[in-house]
Design a protein around this ligand. Structure first.
Ligand code: FDA
Length: 308
């Protein structure tokens, strides 16, 4: 992992920087590249626009590591509202949630109850809920809640991080139960004992896990989200899917709003299923820092604007 990436990920947890950066007009303008606005309405409007070009959506309300019961309760009830708004709009949109927004840090049972409420509402409407995967300290607790959720509904999926050494083993178990799996590279600062430090090893792990997922999907396994902006991996896994006659309805490409737009549109024009995650909300600082860390060149763009 590059020094710049490591530094940006370390800064993503700085409360001092969060308080200062979120007030800066230039930083706020730079965030707009990755999110259409802070309000749910902004996200719904962006989902509507991209659906017109054949790209469906995943909506996520930014926030993580909430410490108060009332805040977690508010987030759960916000997501119930989001599901209602999606149903009323007729959009094809999933939602994606971080369990630490629902109380995982201080009360896993409460977190499960909140998640259950959201999942029940989604299931009753044939909607779909994803669980994001956060840093490695949360993987076991997140998987526990996911397993319990799978016993309740098939309208739920989970993110699996290719950079973790453990993910190949987790996948063995998930393939037996998961209705849907989103394969991502992984966005947090992790030590080499937990995650591959070299990008080439992460990419190879992503490909190997992707092949296993697509093979399982072809045999009636989970819905697969190939969630990456990496054109080379998209090409390699796309070639694997067509060589092995994996039905195009068995998987979707998933990307983030504002990243590799041309690639998103090209895939959609070619008739591939593409779903773009649209984030909104005012708690965007750590999420934004992870986006900068993914491509430290984004920082030079930001600094140039400071100079302008
Ligand atoms: P990589 O970082 O190699 O990027 C490939 C290319 O894409 C780059 O060369 C660049 O051109 C472009 N690119 C990538 N990121 C960019 C950026 N921020 N700005 C500009 N260009 C960029 N992680 C996690 O730990 N838990 C989760 O639950 C999720 N959920 C999730 C959902 C979806 C739909 C996506 C697409 C991603 C996630 N992630 C995630 C984030 C993921 O782990 C990873 O950090 C990012 O996707 C960046 O990695 P890539 O796979 O794109 O490859």
């Amino acid at each position: 992992m590059s020094l710049a990436r490591r530094a940006l990920l370390a800064l993503s947890t700085s409360a001092w920087l969060r308080d200062h950066a979120t007030k800066s007009r230039i930083v706020r303008r730079s965030v707009a590249r990755f999110m259409p606005g802070e309000r749910l309405d902004d996200a719904l409007e962006a989902a509507r626009q991209q659906q017109a070009s054949g790209i469906t959506a995943i909506l996520t309300h930014l926030g993580e590591n909430l410490a108060q019961r009332e805040e977690a309760e508010e987030v759960a009830s916000h997501y119930l509202d989001v599901l209602d708004r999606i149903a009323a709009s007729g959009l094809d949109a999933h939602v994606s949630i971080k369990l630490t927004q629902l109380g995982l840090d201080f009360d896993p049972e409460l977190c499960f109850r909140h998640f259950q409420l959201v999942l029940d509402r989604a299931s009753a409407r044939n909607q779909f809920v994803w669980i994001d995967m956060e840093s490695s300290a949360y993987v076991d607790r997140t998987l526990d809640i996911f397993r319990r959720a799978c016993g309740r509904s098939s309208r739920v999926g989970i993110a699996l991080q290719a950079y973790l050494h453990r993910s190949a083993g987790d996948l063995d178990q998930l393939l037996a139960i998961a209705p849907a799996i989103r394969l991502v590279k992984g966005a947090y600062l992790e030590p080499p004992s937990i995650a591959f430090p070299k990008k080439s090893d992460v990419d190879e792990s992503y490909y190997r896990l992707g092949v296993r997922l697509l093979t399982a999907a072809a045999a009636g396994g989970p819905l697969v989200h190939i969630a990456t902006h990496d054109p080379r991996l998209i090409e390699r896994l796309g070639a694997f899917a067509s060589d092995h006659a994996v039905s195009s309805s068995a998987y979707e490409y998933a990307m983030l709003y504002g990243i590799q737009r041309h690639l998103q549109q090209r895939l959609a024009r070619e008739g591939r299923r593409v779903r773009v995650l649209i984030a909104y909300g005012d708690n965007w600082f750590p999420w934004y820092m992870r986006r900068l860390a993914e491509r430290p060149a984004n920082v030079w763009f930001l600094l140039k604007n400071f100079g302008a």
